[in-house]
Ligand binder design. Structure first.
Ligand code: NCD
Length: 320
């Protein structure tokens, strides 16, 4: 354990659950510094992770998250190794423990894990000696996505507190939605969640959010609209009649966008199903869409997380 007096006393980043609002804000503040640096033409970094080995162990497909963690580690000077495990080679239980033992034997300094099973990342984290970052586990959590989303909102709107944020789509299968509900409510946003009845989690009442089934009603006066991808690969049955019907009820169109505040921000974690949950004219809107900015914030946010979590092993003063 790191000292409880440090601004971020956690060994791992496994989820937003368990983080105090001031700890979330600390990570956002740290990331802001990297946003500015990444924008500078030279993109010079101080190599603070030099000599450290970062393993990105991805047991599930990813494009932007993997790339973002790789760029983040390299900008900080780490040696980054990507491990793509075949979907079928690793499952649950014993084999997952074997994976943890193997990863640990490689003596990484930080491990970033994406896994298709909820809880798998914690299981590995409990068995390795270095910090672990959750890059998405099943339907459970995707903490760095929620953090980069909060940073995007804070950068564009000045603060997260008091903003009305409407999260729309396949909430049931979405770790992005779960982490965002926790993060945004912790930071004082008013969160609305809208989904067809079949895609709304039964435990939604446990979150401090307002559930809706009518998208138009949920959009009224919204400051931020966060669209989710229809996660076809996680659906083992028919959750929606058809993607056309889904689009008619839950697709973000220019007409629907007009129901929100005039300066409403449109977000999507990617990858997008254009024409299903969002129309291109909205996704590519030059002023309202923050989708590419989310990607930019993602690199800075992950740099901040990698830096903060390795401070103890790097012997940074005050983090012993
Ligand atoms: C999300 C994920 O993988 O959970 N994407 C991402 O991290 N950029 C959302 C999704 O897959 O729909």
């Amino acid at each position: 354990m790191t000292s409880p007096s440090t601004p971020f006393p956690h060994r791992h980043l496994l989820g937003i659950a368990g983080l105090a609002p001031h700890e979330i804000r600390y990570l956002l503040d740290e990331a802001e510094h990297w946003v500015a640096l990444n924008r500078a033409a030279s993109r010079k970094h101080d190599g603070r992770l030099e000599g450290l080995t970062q393993i990105n162990a991805f047991f599930e497909n990813s494009t932007r998250t993997l790339l973002s963690f790789e760029i983040a580690g390299k900008r900080l000077g780490a040696d980054v190794i990507n491990m793509h495990a075949a979907q079928s080679s690793v499952k649950k239980g014993e084999t997952l423990i074997d994976t943890a033992v193997t990863l640990n034997a490689m003596r990484a300094d930080v491990i970033v894990i994406r896994h298709q099973s909820s809880g798998a990342v914690r299981l590995i984290a409990d068995r390795v000696d270095c910090p672990v970052l959750n890059a998405g586990d099943g339907r459970h959590e995707h903490p760095t996505q929620a953090l980069l989303d909060a940073l995007t909102i804070r950068t564009r709107k000045g603060s997260v507190e008091g903003q009305i944020v409407t999260i729309c789509g396949d909430v049931l299968h979405s770790r992005v939605a779960r982490s965002n509900m926790l993060c945004l409510t912790a930071l004082g946003a008013q969160v609305r969640v809208v989904a067809p009845p079949t895609l709304m989690p039964a435990e939604i009442e446990r979150y401090r959010v307002a559930p809706f089934h009518d998208f138009n009603a949920a959009l009224r006066d919204a400051d931020v609209i966060m669209m989710l991808r229809l996660q076809n690969e996680r659906m083992d049955g028919a959750f929606i009649p058809s993607s056309r019907e889904y689009h008619a009820l839950y697709g973000l169109t220019p007409e629907r966008l007009a129901l929100a505040k005039p300066d409403a921000l449109v977000m999507h974690p990617g990858p997008m199903n254009r024409g299903v949950e969002i129309l291109s004219s909205v996704a590519d809107h030059p002023e309202k869409s923050a989708i590419t900015e989310q990607v930019e914030m993602g690199v800075a946010m992950r740099m901040a997380c990698l830096d903060v979590l390795t401070r103890r092993s790097r012997g940074v003063a005050g983090w012993a």
